[in-house]
Write a protein that binds this ligand. Structure first.
Ligand SMILES: [Zn+2]
Ligand SMILES: [Zn+2]
Length: 144
């Protein structure tokens, strides 16, 4: 199994951590934002830190469905997976500070205001800011 480079993870309190906030001396437990399996922090001179799944401690069933997994081309990726991947990549590009905003959860098709945590599914990885949302992806009821 191959995975994309992971630069954000959840710490033991469920907070999102970016590798640029860590140092080679950082110690802790980090978990994959997609599959919740444990991650290991690696460090390179050139590119800084990145996470890799701790394959010995991971549940294979979770890894198979991890959004960071590189999926071979012969299997079509669903529109939903693509949307989730796009959200995660955008999130990695500029990890935002926690603040109250209008969000939209693509998993639940639900709009909400507050911190980035969907009140229905209790996940944040499927949520995007309303202002970033592709208007075509919005349900009609939310279109202005
Ligand atoms: Zn994962
Ligand atoms: Zn949700």
């Amino acid at each position: 199994m191959q995975f994309r480079t992971i630069r954000t993870a959840l710490d033991h309190e469920g907070e999102v951590i970016h590798t640029r906030d860590l140092t080679p001396r950082s110690r802790g437990r980090w978990y994959c934002r997609s599959c919740n399996n444990p991650l290991r922090l690696h460090w390179t001179h050139d590119c800084g830190g990145y996470f890799e799944h701790d394959l010995e401690e991971s549940e294979e069933r979770g890894l198979k469905h991890c959004a960071y997994r590189v999926i071979s081309q012969d299997k079509p990726v669903s529109a939903f997976d693509q949307a989730v991947n796009a959200l995660m990549e955008r999130d990695d590009a500029h990890a935002t500070e926690p603040s109250k905003k209008d969000y939209f959860c693509v998993l639940c098709q639900r709009e909400y205001y507050g911190l980035r945590c969907c009140p229905v599914c209790r996940q944040h990885i499927y949520s995007t800011e309303m202002k970033d949302l592709d208007p075509l992806a919005r349900p009609v009821t939310f279109a202005k």
